[in-house]
Design a protein around this ligand. Structure first.
Ligand code: B12
Ligand code: SF4
Length: 465
């Protein structure tokens, strides 16, 4: 059997004029995970439209497409093309889970939730000649999952080919997050076994890893055992965690110290807002009354850089929120920031509320990319929200702010690392574009590793040298 896995891209990612580096960061891990359920005698191809041209003149027996909200239109286009030639098309992923009725007319079979239980079930049905039109995930476990088909990933096309997920979901429930809708009907937070996770890490070549788990520190016992096992592997890695987990890990088992000790060098932290009312509104209770400054100091003290995530446009946000947030983030010495315009994804509690209040401006999913205002904000106009969002990026990444942020670091190694990392992402975008066009992104990997490695607290983690 010939199975083709496709990750379609949103229009921007394939622009002939400018290619943002973010689309060449990570390979399609979800699809490579599904490909692992095929026996070796089947032929599998994995095409990521973000980094390569998609040809549709082939004749697979089965096409499996991962659908995100921003690439839904393109996904349906590709599905329709293959189906018009009689190819069986399976659609799954976050957006299909949110809106199965929208996806169904474009597919022979749709899948909701994680595919780890439904996909193997479907493959058996497909081979037997009686595939069902819909598969809903109910049995949630990663036990016994086969190793991801990394051989299908074209490593040289990505800056971070070693992305990895060792859990699914997250223990929290935030109003704007896709998570509750995606994991409806079963467990919404579960991990691999520590041994399986370590074995997957061992299989990855090179030094650098990026954990894409929503909350790597969510299960402390699992995380502690994982970090214990990673000691001595000589890895440097990045991941995501919540503010409370950073503060709470000061107590035993001193998770963050363990993480730093086995190579954690930068953490994506969901601060979301410095405004208490906004956090309450989004039911982000785990952030309420947390000392953000203390969390940042704790990370910096361990040589871990901070990528702060912030959301603008909550009902308590007025036009002052952009400057306040940037000023605060720069003053705290946060190295990189990711800003988002609040976006109600279908299926979330936020979407339900906005819809009920008649505040959705349109349902053009292409623009549900966290960079466009798609609802009517409470204390600003939609245009003010967009303008403020772009201004926040410009002010956070202006040279003066980068230097100011760097100068909050106590020593020159820390200052230089801050400067190189922050400037590297945003100030050299034309350079990244050229590197991508020349297909030389892999050559930039050692630079990323060197910046991450330049830890002011290297003495804390001798094994990571
Ligand atoms: C890596 C990542 C990216 C990468 C690249 C994506 C990639 N290469 O896969 C980059 C940086 C490019 C990116 C960009 C964006 N992203 Co992003 N990203 C992620 C992240 C962190 C991890 C994805 C991942 O690998 N997951 C792990 C794998 C194992 O899970 P999975 O992909 O979901 O696959 C499983 C199931 O979905 C299912 N499945 C998937 N496809 C199919 C198909 C079939 C046939 C079947 C049976 C099953 C199935 O089975 C798989 C195994 O269980 C997620 C958060 C998350 N935790 O998922 C956000 C996330 C997907 N991103 C999101 C968003 C909003 C964006 C942006 C719009 C943000 C922005 N402002 O730039 C852009 C645009 C994305 C686009 N191209 O359209 C949202 C998506 C919301 C939505 N409803 O679609 C998420 C969920 C983040 C969030 N918390 O809101 N992203
Ligand atoms: S903590 Fe993050 S991943 Fe978890 S529910 Fe909230 S926004 Fe989603």
């Amino acid at each position: 059997m010939f199975v083709k896995f496709i990750l379609p891209a949103l229009t921007e990612a394939t622009s002939p004029l400018f290619r943002p580096i973010k689309y060449s960061l990570f390979p399609p891990l979800g699809l490579a995970t599904l490909a692992a359920y095929l026996p070796p005698e089947d032929r599998a191809v994995l095409t990521d439209e973000h980094v390569e041209k998609l040809r549709m003149d082939d004749a697979p027996d089965l096409v499996a497409i991962e659908v995100y909200i921003t690439s839904a239109r393109r996904s349906y286009e590709i599905a329709d093309r293959y189906r018009s030639r009689g190819v069986f098309v399976a659609l799954g992923g976050l957006h299909v889970t949110s809106l199965p009725e929208e996806a169904a007319p474009h597919a022979d079979a749709i899948f909701t939730g994680p595919g780890d239980d439904t996909w193997p079930r479907f493959l058996a049905d497909f081979r037997a000649g009686r595939p069902a039109p819909r598969y809903d995930s109910v049995r949630r476990t990663l036990l016994g999952a086969p190793p991801i088909r990394r051989d299908l990933i074209q490593r040289h096309l990505y800056l971070v080919p070693n992305s990895i997920v060792v859990s699914r979901g997250c223990p929290y429930v935030c109003d704007f997050c896709y998570k509750e809708a995606f994991f409806q009907g079963g467990r919404s937070f579960y991990t691999q076994t520590v041994d399986d996770a370590l074995a997957e890490i061992e299989r990855l070549p090179g030094r650098h890893l990026y954990f894409l788990d929503d909350h790597l520190l969510g299960n402390r016992r699992f995380a502690a055992a994982l970090f214990e096992g990673m000691k001595g592997m000589g890895r440097i890695w990045q991941a995501a965690g919540t503010v409370n987990s950073i503060l709470e890990t000061a107590v035993e088992p001193r998770l963050l110290e363990k993480a730093a000790d086995c190579g954690l060098r930068s953490l994506f932290v969901g601060f979301e807002s410095t405004n208490r009312a906004s956090l309450e509104e989004q039911r982000k209770y785990q952030n309420l009354d947390r000392n953000y400054g203390a969390a940042i100091r704790r990370l910096h003290g361990l040589g871990i850089m901070v990528n702060g995530s912030f959301v603008f446009g909550m009902d308590s946000d007025d036009a002052g929120v952009f400057d306040q947030t940037v000023e605060w983030a720069v003053g705290q010495g946060i190295e990189t920031a990711t800003f988002h315009i609040l976006t109600p994804y279908p299926g979330t509690a936020l979407y339900g509320r906005m819809e009920a209040q008649g505040r959705l401006l349109h349902r053009n999913w292409d623009l549900y990319d966290t960079r466009h205002t798609v609802f009517r904000p409470a204390k600003m106009t939609p245009a003010q929200l967009e303008e403020g969002y772009w201004r926040a990026y410009r002010s956070f990444y202006r040279w003066r702010a980068i230097v100011e942020g760097a100068m909050t670091k106590p020593d020159w190694i820390g200052r230089l690392r801050h400067f190189a990392y922050a400037a590297g992402w945003k100030k050299f975008e034309p350079l990244w574009d050229a590197v991508l066009r020349l297909k030389r992104v892999a050559q930039m990997r050692p630079v990323l590793e060197a910046v991450l490695r330049a830890s002011p607290t290297e003495s804390l983690s001798p094994r990571s040298r």
